[in-house]
Design a protein around this ligand. Structure first.
Ligand code: F6R
Length: 604
């Protein structure tokens, strides 16, 4: 949520910052801005609108520079206007700041500064930062101390990068919002997320809360708020820069849907042995979950749907399980000693999920982050991390990461049930793992045979779209509806099949499309409820492996290959992703950047 990028020591700071902003735009896209300097003058350009609009004379007139900062915004304080766009500057224009997060005490700070004669030109919380630095510089403090003093005054969450006119260096600070340093031989980068600078370097340092950084072209220093040096590890990122490009596709979303076979193969590689049969999670050798009787899952949005999938499997294995939307998490953990709290989060930076994770930690329960991003806040704060290995996901709508989350959760569930005394063992483990092993190929087949595009044209323009499923297909129905509304802006709802008749059926009118999911085994409820909806005029689109099972009541069929019933949802979901994608495309929606949304929601 909001993306920041900074560079120092590059040949062309304007170009580097714009590249970073383009790579980060999934974090927010209602306004954007850039500031550069060449050691003499500091120049700022910013405006409402998308990064792609920072073109022509708007940026061409910027001076040749080696140092720059940039920002792409998702509004929290104040609407998306030119004035509210970042960077924000001090009254002299000498200090420029970009910020991601929320300064919760900006009200009193603003009053204090206004009393001192500072005039504010925006509605943002961020603007207090350059004014604070300016104030301390005016008091005669040196720039390092002035920056530290300003940061000390801030409450809330922030990743901040700042430039001062005349200095070819960047100062930055992190508290509660992600910030990572990229290191190159003669340049340094700072960004909210690694894809921002992945084409320049793969050597990174993930900063921790409370860290302050000063970088110039050849040196880097990290300190705490008292100015004491802090050591942080250097990591190498194993993502490929090409993964962050569109690769010839019109949209990241389609690219990411179609890269699911590869992403899923990465997720399971080396983690299953169908012949043994065994699940091998290097991070969790046998005995790792001994004593666990209760599992709590916390997550938001799509990740919450993945969590529901995992929870159902845990429940059926005899564990006590609770799944909570992270924003609603109550840290009531009756038996913390035997409880594992799993935070499911693609980005590892979602504020609501981090809040729940921290609350869970305070109870003394063991915590685990199931995430895509190595070194993310969730991964670092939880007792353990389990990576889904899906590769970078840029489209705001989560697609491949849902598949990889679910697959990883199925493996985690197997590991837990092998260790937990209260759990039952899976009797068909070999069959399940064999099915998982071929799932990447089956997803490829779904993509090849899908009639989603044709079907989307046939059903375009209906008033509402419903999605129903039973057992593990219930979370997939919820996910299908979320994706549909998120990128098409059409009304869509997902339900447990059996729930339709308890209220939502009132919304069914002639022609209402109902997407009904079948796994070939647990289908009775969905069949009955789809039939009831059809009797009221609904048109049923079955997603199933066999025509035979649905012929009697379905108007349309989206085929999936035959698989284990516990994995069928991963195949149906790909069909639903494609339906959403092609419907949104027909409606000419901005698919990768749906209105009002952003990837990685780092505010509560
Ligand atoms: C929907 C979507 C969101 C995220 C949610 C949690 O397509 O992407 O609902 O799933 O914001 O994000 P993470 O998984 O990063 O915690």
């Amino acid at each position: 949520m909001c993306g920041i990028i900074a560079c120092v020591g590059t040949d062309d700071a304007v170009d580097t910052v714009l590249t970073g902003l383009n790579n980060l735009e999934y974090r927010g896209y209602d306004s954007a801005g850039i500031a550069v300097q060449n050691g003499r003058e500091l120049v700022v350009r910013k405006q409402a609108g998308q990064v792609s609009e920072l073109t022509g004379s708007f940026v061409e007139s910027l001076p040749e520079s080696t140092t720059g900062i940039g920002h792409t915004r998702w509004s929290t304080h104040g609407p998306p206007t030119d004035d509210n766009a970042h960077p924000h500057t001090s009254r002299s224009g000498d200090v420029a700041v970009v910020h991601n997060g929320v300064i919760s005490n900006y009200g009193p700070l603003r009053e204090e500064l206004e009393e001192l004669g500072y005039e504010f030109t925006s509605d943002t919380d961020t603007e207090v930062i350059p004014h604070l630095v300016d104030r301390y510089l005016d008091e005669g403090l040196d720039a390092d101390v002035a920056f530290r003093r300003a940061i000390e005054r801030l409450e809330g969450s922030y990743a901040i990068a700042m430039m001062i006119e005349g200095e070819n260096l960047i100062r930055a600070a992190r508290q509660g919002s992600p910030l990572v340093v990229g290191l190159h031989d003669d340049a340094h980068y700072l960004a909210s997320d690694v894809p921002a600078f992945l084409e320049f370097t793969d050597r990174v340092i993930y900063l921790e809360d409370g860290d302050l950084v000063t970088v110039d072209a050849d040196s880097l220093s990290i300190t705490d708020l008292d100015g004491e040096p802090v050591e942080r590890e250097l990591d190498t990122v194993d993502w490929n820069p090409e993964e962050t490009g569109k690769g010839g596709y019109d949209h990241y979303m389609l690219k990411e849907i179609e890269s699911q076979p590869e992403a899923l193969a990465n997720t399971i590689r080396g983690r299953i042995d169908p012949e043994e049969p065994a699940v091998i999670l290097e991070e969790f050798p046998a005995g790792s979950f001994e004593g666990i009787t209760d599992v709590h899952l916390v997550a938001c949005g799509t990740s919450y749907h993945a969590a529901l999938y995992g929870a159902r499997l845990l429940d059926e294995a005899g564990l006590r399980v609770r799944t909570t939307r992270a924003s609603e998490y109550t840290s009531i953990v009756p038996d913390p000693e035997h409880t594992l709290v799993v935070a499911v989060t693609q980005s590892g930076e979602t504020a609501d999920t981090l809040g729940a994770l921290r609350a869970a930690r305070e109870t003394g329960a063991r915590t685990l982050a199931l995430t895509n991003v190595v070194g993310s806040t969730a991964a670092r704060e939880a007792d353990d991390a389990l990576y889904i290995r899906a590769g970078p996901e840029i489209g705001v709508a989560a697609t491949k990461t849902f598949s990889s989350q679910v697959a990883t959760l199925t493996l985690l569930v197997e590991r837990i049930r092998q260790d937990a005394e209260t759990a039952t063992e899976r009797e068909d483990l070999a069959a399940f793992l064999r099915a998982l092993d071929v799932l990447p190929d089956q997803i490829e087949e779904v993509i090849r045979i899908s009639r989603a595009q044709a079907l989307s044209s046939a059903y375009e323009g209906r008033e509402s779209y419903f999605f129903i499923g039973h057992r593990l297909l219930h979370p997939v129905a919820l996910e299908g509806a979320l994706k549909f509304k998120e990128i098409t802006y059409e009304h869509a709802e997902g339900f447990a099949s059996g729930e339709l008749k308890h209220g939502p059926l009132a919304l069914v009118t002639p022609g209402t499309p109902v997407f009904a999911l079948f796994d070939g085994v647990h289908d009775e409820k969905t069949r009955t409820n789809a039939t009831e909806a059809r009797a009221r005029g609904a048109e049923i689109i079955a997603i199933a492996a066999s025509e035979r099972d649905v012929d009697a009541f379905a108007d349309e069929l989206l085929m999936i290959p035959d698989t284990h019933p516990d994995l069928s949802g991963l195949l149906s979901n790909v069909q639903l992703q494609l339906v959403s994608y092609y419907t949104a495309r027909l409606l000419e929606r901005p698919i990768d950047k749906p209105r009002n949304l952003a990837k990685s929601v780092t505010v509560e």
